[in-house]
Design a protein around this ligand. Structure first.
Ligand SMILES: *Cc1c(COP(=O)(O)O)cnc(C)c1O
Length: 381
């Protein structure tokens, strides 16, 4: 016990102690938080669908039909008609033969990685890949190698040295703390040349990138049997859960071997039904993506003269690098005092010395909302 108290104090003294706040109502640009209303720039609800009436109606109808809980894992009796339909819709949406729904993106990355590679194989991960990909790589028991961020040339050198076993390359499509894009066409080509699988984590691209929001692979024009995509359903899609999509043969294998799929209760059918409704809106409502682009442009122009710099991001994630943990936390606190919620992201989530404000935009923000944030940051600078 004593030990943990000391360790917690050490975290606190380095401004590394994480805390939670209690949100009292639905997601949206304005959040009710512990008795106050705050303008939020911290959600991954990029398209503003998390509180959309069509999703709530679809879930409500499905609750009447299926009840609340899935009752069992998908391979026992938890796989409902709602899940079955959603999987076909997801596969069609991202343009692959097959898709499989998981309880969360974290579980999908763990399960898929360990299903594809194991002892005697090699998994090669982008240096800035999401924690769930790194954890999946470790859990798989394969030899773990890292390639420099977005460097397809160095990746090819690493792959060329792997002469035995299977090879799996893991990358985010949109890097969650930087907002930059992986060179997916180059990575897919390199993997193809070296007989390696490529698993692309499109948590932040699905719904936002590509024609009709079909994702980062659609944006890059990449479609190949050795490329798998993982999309999360709790971010732009506004619900919860995740899926992996790709070639039917490899998906059939993942169904047999992904332990986070086999040994976990299926996510509730009502969530699958809500996700189907969400996919229809994502495909139909281009205005949400257009609004995001316009808001990002407004923010970037507005913050251009500040001492801190925005990373070059064309996505809904706009990180403002401030450097020191304490500075990032002080800025976040000063904004909060004005009713604006922008999270400070510090190591170990990001590399030392690159603490930042992670500004995330939603299609439901107005240009007045962005102007308010720009004015507040300008005054603080
Ligand atoms: C959020 C996220 C995940 C995890 O997805 P969940 O459905 O929230 O578990 C995986 N990868 C990336 C890049 C993410 O941003």
């Amino acid at each position: 016990m004593q030990d943990f108290t000391t360790r917690l104090e050490a975290l606190a003294s380095q401004s590394l102690l994480r805390t939670r706040r209690v949100v009292e109502g639905p997601q949206g640009p304005l959040l009710q938080v512990e008795g106050t209303q705050e303008l939020s720039f911290c959600s991954n609800d990029y398209l503003g669908l998390a509180n959309h009436p069509a999703l709530i109606d679809a879930a409500t109808d499905a609750l009447q039909r299926y009840g609340m809980g899935a009752g069992a894992s998908p391979l026992i009796s938890g796989h409902s008609r709602a899940h079955e339909s959603l999987e076909s819709e997801l596969a069609a949406f991202v343009g692959t033969p097959s898709a499989l729904v998981f309880g969360s993106g974290y579980m999908a990355n763990l399960g898929v990685t360990a299903a594809l590679v194991g002892k005697g194989d090699t998994v090669i991960v982008d240096r800035l890949a999401h924690a769930s990909l790194i954890d999946g790589a470790r859990l798989s028991g394969a030899s773990l190698k890292v390639f420099p961020h977005n460097d397809a040339v160095r990746l090819e050198q690493v792959l060329a040295r792997c002469t035995t076993g299977r090879k799996l390359v893991l990358t985010d499509a949109v890097f969650s703390m930087d907002g930059d894009l992986a060179p997916l066409a180059a990575l897919a080509a390199v993997c193809g040349r070296h007989d390696a699988w490529l698993l692309v984590d499109d948590a932040h691209g699905l719904g936002v990138h590509g024609p009709q929001g079909r994702g980062s692979l659609a944006l890059a024009g990449v479609r190949a049997a050795h490329v798998l995509t993982m999309g999360t359903l709790g971010k732009a899609a506004g619900v919860a859960g995740a899926f992996v999509a790709g070639d039917a043969g490899v998906l059939a294998w993942i169904l047999q071997r992904a332990r986070t799929y086999m040994f976990s209760t299926a996510h509730p059918p009502a969530l699958a039904a809500a996700t189907s409704a969400s996919l229809a809106l994502i495909a139909r409502e281009d205005w949400r993506r257009e609004r995001l682009q316009a808001l990002a442009a407004q923010l970037r122009a507005g913050l251009a003269g500040l001492p801190w710099s925005l990373l070059p991001s064309a996505t809904a994630i706009q990180p403002l690098i401030v450097g020191e943990n304490a500075t990032a936390r002080a800025l976040s606190a000063a904004l909060r005092a004005q009713g604006i919620w922008v999270p400070a992201i510090c190591p170990p989530t990001v590399p030392k010395g690159t603490a930042r404000l992670r500004i995330s935009l939603s299609a439901l923000h107005t240009s007045a909302d962005v102007a308010r944030l720009v004015a507040a940051l300008t005054a603080l600078a």
